[in-house]
Design a protein around this ligand. Sequence first.
Ligand code: ATP
Length: 276
Amino acid sequence: MVIPLLREYDDATEEGPPPAPTATGGARIDIENVSHWFDVPGGNKLQALDGIDLHMAPGEFVALLGPSGCGKSTLLRLVAGLEPATTGRLAQDGRPIARPDPSRIVVFQDPTLYPWRRVRANVALGLQARGVLRAQAGRVDDALARVGLADFADAFPHQLSGGMAQRVALARALVNDPRLLILDEPLGKLDSLTRLQMQSELLGLWQRSGFSALLVTHDVEEALFLAQRVVVLSDRPARIVAELPVDLPYPRHRGHPRLAELRHAALRHLGLDASW
Ligand SMILES: Nc1ncnc2c1ncn2[C@@H]1O[C@H](COP(=O)(O)OP(=O)(O)OP(=O)(O)O)[C@@H](O)[C@H]1O
């Protein structure tokens, strides 16, 4: 998705390039009483979020689960600074979130790589947009190595598998050294085996890099395998209906009985029968 990069570029041209993010660990995120409405045709309003209160500790991994269309992506967009909340307050490390920032990077379901750019050039996009590529070129190869794609730096996107393309998208995020990684169903289009493998890789990246992570997923097992806390949202307008701390150390065994209990609880809060 190129929107954040373009917005960063606009910011950079107006005020000079923002300082390079530093590896200072994960961001603290405070979402306080956030409600959001959209204008829809006919002069009506559609409420997507209703009084969301969510606080993330630095370096925490939080997953959001909720019915389709309830407002999950909307919440991620507000946290990313892509649009302002109608009411309420969002802050990163105590400072209001007012616009996109390279310290908060979104990874979407679709890796949206530029087909005419080699992998290395796709990963370099964020640095290039901020005018810091020459000074920080080493970060590109470092990010590719971190996702296991050092040998594919000169490949074109059509030469990659779906999992590899999503690894490039992750590298494109990591190159900015984000303090908050915002993950909107990043593994949603992958086949189930690749998805399991990528979950472990994502976990390793989070553990090694120390960023905070806010994940939206429809996959209850994925949320429970990855996150330290799973937040369950209601139907639209999204309200928080449950917060489930996942009190198990990493790496987690997917067959752990506690995960089965938590899965049951999450499905119950989602209004689903968990008897199967
Ligand atoms: N720009 C917009 N203008 C008007 N309505 C919008 C806009 N963006 C989202 N919506 C509406 O807000 C609601 C929440 O959308 P959102 O994409 O946040 O849901 P979601 O939980 O992420 O859905 P899914 O799980 O299916 O991806 C939906 O009813 C959607 O149609």
